[in-house]
Design a protein around this ligand. Structure first.
Ligand SMILES: Nc1ncnc2c1ncn2[C@@H]1O[C@H](COP(=O)(O)OP(=O)(O)OP(=O)(O)O)[C@@H](O)[C@H]1O
Length: 223
């Protein structure tokens, strides 16, 4: 297997002086290509900070992070990393297809293939018939599926999802996480999902638990 990301004794402190917060410390972990990991932990335990470090959106205060299978850094080439947030963050004036196509266009793809990929990705998450709808015309679950399609359309090597089902009720939450897991499996992508919900975590084969900024592999939850 290919090591996608490796953290060695990583710490991240937010702020400085007496107001500083050590969000993550003493974290060493590794993700191989195709790994699927749920990161669980209480609010404030450091999940978002860890995910941002893994995605290359933030830098450690001390320690090191490497992405050997991503040419050095996940943001060095467009389309390597896909981000899914708690809310869908779709652009209101664009219909679903244009929302999905936009990152492809920004990455230099021509309009026609970008639109074809967008329609394919929407169909793959079961909302192909909603391609022409504006975000305000979608339910929360439909909008989150569009957000997942937007990530999948770019075929990323690494998908980082921070509470992707946090605004959905239970049946929709499970549908969306299953779509993400299936899509990551099809793409061979590495998937990291932060969640408070043990049922969501239970849909992923590996689990990491954050406690006050430290991480442990959750042996008791092994599949
Ligand atoms: N930009 C920041 N400036 C100062 N402190 C921060 C910043 N970002 C996070 N923190 C603090 O770092 C700690 C970890 O935050 P983080 O958002 O990583 O936790 P979390 O587990 O994702 O929480 P939640 O589940 O509530 O989203 C918290 O104490 C938080 O208040």
């Amino acid at each position: 297997m290919n090591t996608l990301v490796e953290l060695q004794d990583v710490a991240r402190t937010h702020g400085s002086g007496s107001a500083s917060v050590v969000a993550v410390h003493g974290v060493s972990c590794r993700l191989e290509s195709g790994d699927q990991v749920a990161v669980t932990g209480a609010s404030g335990s450091g999940k978002t900070t860890l995910l941002h470090l893994i995605a290359g959106l933030d830098r450690p205060t001390t320690g090191s992070i490497r992405w050997p299978a991503l040419g050095g850094h996940p943001l060095s080439e467009p389309g390597q990393v896909g981000l899914v947030f708690q809310g869908p963050s779709l652009l209101p004036p664009l219909d679903a297809a244009d929302n999905v196509a936009l990152p492809l266009l920004l990455a230099g793809e021509a309009p026609r293939p970008a639109r074809e990929k967008a329609l394919e990705a929407l169909a793959s998450v079961g909302v192909g018939d909603l391609a022409g709808r504006l975000p305000e015309e979608l339910s929360g679950g439909q909008a989150q599926r569009v957000a997942v399609a937007r990530v999948l359309a770019a075929s990323p090597r690494l998908i980082v999802a921070d509470e992707p089902t946090g605004q959905l009720d239970s049946p929709h939450a499970l549908t969306v996480i299953d779509l993400l897991v299936d899509a990551a499996t099809d793409l061979g992508a590495t998937l990291v999902v932060a969640t408070h919900d043990p049922r969501i975590a239970g849909r992923l084969p590996r689990r990491w638990a954050m406690h006050d900024g430290t991480l442990r592999e959750d042996e008791t939850c092994s599949p």
